[in-house]
Design a binder for this molecule. Sequence first.
Ligand code: 6GU
Length: 234
Amino acid sequence: MRIDVLSIFPSYFDGLTLSLLGRARDSGILDLSVHDLRDWTHDRHRTVDDTPYGGGAGMVMKPEPWGLALDDLAPASPGGARPTIVFPSPAGEVFRQSTARDLATREHLVFGCGRYEGIDERVFEEASTRGEVRLISLGDYVLNGGEVAVMAMVEAIGRLIPGVVGNPESLVEESHEDGLLEYPSYTKPAVWRGREVPPILLSGNHGAIAAWRREQQLERTRRRRPDLLPDDED
Ligand code: 6GU
């Protein structure tokens, strides 16, 4: 998979070269490039923002650098490959595990990180001539820009690319993969500071352990995230 990230703070993404995704990059599974949007400016101050038409607070990101960056990273190519272009936005659809699974199947993702009050709306129209455009939010709160959101999205997507996570089984028994929260985990010692591991986990009865874990998943989900469960019928 190829991922291009556009940002005016490219060093935010240095962390993505570490650990799991770093190894995926080194092995060639993931071709991740982070670009400075200012490289597509041509004035002395490398300006990326301007005042909003119609007035109002804050600054808006100018369309020209975005257009030139899209020309390079997502060129119009009749009949050619079309990338999926993601703009992180608190006004977008909410990012879920299902979104990560969907985006992990794409050949080429372009992430455009906005700052200031937003990006000139025409950039989204232009981008949709180059590929499928998705506005995606991390959740119902406000960040200063899209960088932290894109870090989270790239990590969630990247670990689903075959070969990135060493043991694929570790992907399936996780919170959200089956729509429920994860069951509790324990390791040695069997008693720690007087606290015992639930005896069933030491029983060797694999059927009973699976049933207990399922019940724990349901109980935790009911308690912490009832919104994930189907509504009661009665
Ligand atoms: Cl994707 N961007 C910004 N700026 N704030 C957010 C967000 C994204 N998701 C939640 N809050």
